[in-house]
Design a protein around this ligand. Structure first.
Ligand code: ARG
Length: 572
């Protein structure tokens, strides 16, 4: 059990009988202000209100019942009625000593590993991918890493939109306006051009193009040989372009089952829903009515076509049969919230009650004008060029700060810093909120950025280089951890928190809980580094202890960044 879990268990067991134990335990949290302690127990506040008794009295009574040894001394009632808990220095030091030899940094395997399917990235192929899909890709990949790191079984599934109306538009373009030479030279660019052409005409109100494109989609779905053959020809190019992008982002999937994969299962879904009395005819369509929502869930349209919703139902059935997951997480734009609410409700009625279905929603990336982020020509930003720009900007920083590195190494550092900055800017936001995309902020050397954390990591590597020693050498003759300086203690208390932070981030499915912690840790390291000489410490014991704290900090930063899909470099 990690420190937070241990405290929760002790405090939960001492809770007054009237308290809901789970709620009471969850009210034990890391302290808001570290000057008052390391953790605080807030359970008496809500309980006091419920019982009509002063929370301060309840907290004082609870404190007398608590025995937090050997973790902490007596809890101190404070404020309107919470308890402050301060870990014993000796406990922190002993735990850090254990951590020093633990490659897992104190992360223990779960009592019962869960199977979690994560549906993320899931772009609509053959048209330009945009920044919204970047968020899904980055957040989904990080959640997959965090859950895997905690010992759960994760299935990363890219639910590609490879069967949608964009193909009708492209097929129309192909048949009326293709530039064969351009296609031969760069198929993806030509397909995107044809898509845009159709989109522009339709947007301008050209009903003939709209009808033609819809007819092409219908022909594709009904098995028209020409359209199927063209689809087959387009797909590898589209997938290859995507694969290139995922490669640059260091992102992999276990399965990539797009909408097309489920096509031949859709009729059976509607039949089954109809047989069970869930789907009913309505104005020529087949729909499922869901209480509490206005629009019905359409599973077959008037023209006989199945929908995005039908596909999602078939997908749930397949995933449950294939992997028996405990959870399916959908990392998708918040604007699809209603769809998922309905989908989950219908799935439960259909019989999928044992699997937790959750929409991991996220907000919009905004430009400096606080409108959805776009390039000057009004097009949604292409992701490739976004990464190119990130790396170019990082290269300028590296050139300026580390001219002594050779150019090839500077380029590699620029890639790690540039891609890391883009990912971290996204992950460090509470995912529900919109955020403003700001190049300068995201690569700031001082601030809640990947660059700052990577720099702290590199700085620690240089301490070891300067001291002509290595982490392995320090670990070989394990020093007693000394926490005599407040900055040593501050750093040490934070180092213990990694396992509980990862659990919290996984439980809330919020990578920003991890980024906040890493930022806090890097700040504590900075305070430590200013206040506590390492190589010039006043005794060999203190020097070794401080080197051990450096090593633990570096490993925590590296592991934490790895969970965010971000690399570190030894010099920058
Ligand atoms: N392709 C969809 C889009 O771009 C996202 C799919 C999300 N996953 C799902 N199972 N519906 O909007």
């Amino acid at each position: 059990m990690n420190v937070l879990e241990r405290l929760r268990a002790i405090i939960g067991a001492a809770a007054p009988p009237e308290a809901d134990r789970a709620v009471f335990e969850r009210a034990v949290r890391p302290a808001g202000d570290p000057r008052h302690g390391d953790y605080q127990a807030n359970g008496c506040m809500a309980l006091g209100k419920a019982l009509g008794r002063p929370p301060r009295t309840l907290a004082a009574e609870l404190a007398t019942r608590l025995d937090l040894e050997p973790l902490a001394g007596p809890a101190e009632p404070a404020g309107p009625g919470f308890l402050n808990i301060r870990l014993h220095d000796a406990f922190i030091a002993a735990d850090l000593g254990r951590m020093l030899h633990d490659d897992r940094l104190g992360i223990e395997p779960p009592a019962r590993p869960a199977t979690v399917v994560i549906d993320f990235s899931s772009p609509n192929v053959a048209k330009p991918m945009h920044v919204g899909h970047l968020r899904s890709t980055i957040i989904g990949a990080s959640l997959a890493r965090i859950l895997t790191g905690l010992g759960h079984r994760v299935v990363r599934d890219n639910h590609l939109g490879d069967w949608g109306s964009q193909f009708g538009m492209i097929l129309w373009g192909w048949k009326t306006a293709r530039d064969q030479a351009a296609y031969d030279a760069n198929p993806v660019a030509e397909l995107a051009r044809l898509y845009r052409l159709a989109q522009d005409r339709i947007k301008a109100g050209d009903a003939a193009v709209e009808d033609a494109a819809r007819a092409e989609t219908a022909k594709l779905h009904s098995g028209d040989p020409e359209n199927r053959a063209l689809w087959q020809a387009f797909m590898p190019h589209a997938l290859q372009a995507l694969a290139g992008l995922y490669d640059r982002l260091g992102i992999a999937f276990d399965v990539q089952l797009g909408e097309s994969f489920y096509d031949d299962r859709l009729a059976a879904v509607v039949d089954d829903l109809t047989a069970k009395g869930l789907a009913v005819p309505s104005e020529g369509a087949m729909v499922v009515f869901v209480e509490g929502t206005e629009a019905p869930f359409i599973v077959r349209k008037t023209d006989g076509a199945f929908t995005y919703a039908t596909t999602d139902l078939a997908t749930i059935a397949y995933r449950v049969q294939e992997w028996r997951p405990d959870q399916i997480l959908y990392v998708v734009d918040h604007r699809q919230g209603d769809h998922f609410k309905q989908l989950f409700e219908v799935a439960r009625k259909w019989g999928y009650r044992d699997v937790e279905l959750a929409h991991i929603a996220f907000g919009t990336i905004l430009g400096p004008d606080r409108r959805p982020f776009k390039t000057r020509d009004g097009d949604v930003v292409g992701l490739e060029s976004l990464l190119d720009e990130a790396i170019a900007r990082a290269r300028r920083i590296v050139d300026e700060n580390s001219p002594e590195l050779d150019p090839a190494e500077r380029e590699r550092v620029a890639e790690v810093v540039g891609v890391g900055a883009v990912k971290y800017a996204d992950l460090s936001q509470n995912r529900i909120s919109d955020y403003v995309f700001d190049w300068n902020k995201m690569m700031a050397m001082n601030g809640n950025t990947a660059t700052y954390l990577q720099y702290a990591y590199a700085r620690i590597q240089s301490i070891f280089r300067k001291g002509e020693t290595t982490p392995a050498a320090v670990r070989e003759r394990p020093p007693a951890i000394v926490l005599s300086h407040p900055a040593e203690r501050g750093l040490g208390a934070r180092l213990l928190r990694l396992p509980e932070v990862l659990e919290l981030a996984a439980a809330e499915r919020k990578p920003n809980i991890l980024t906040d912690h890493l930022f806090d840790l890097a700040n504590a390291f900075s305070t430590f580094f200013e206040g506590c000489p390492v190589l010039k410490a006043d005794s060999p014991e203190r020097r070794q202890s401080r080197l051990a704290l450096c090593d633990l900090t570096a490993r925590t930063l590296q592991y934490g960044l790895e969970m965010l899909g971000i690399d570190v470099v030894d010099r920058m």
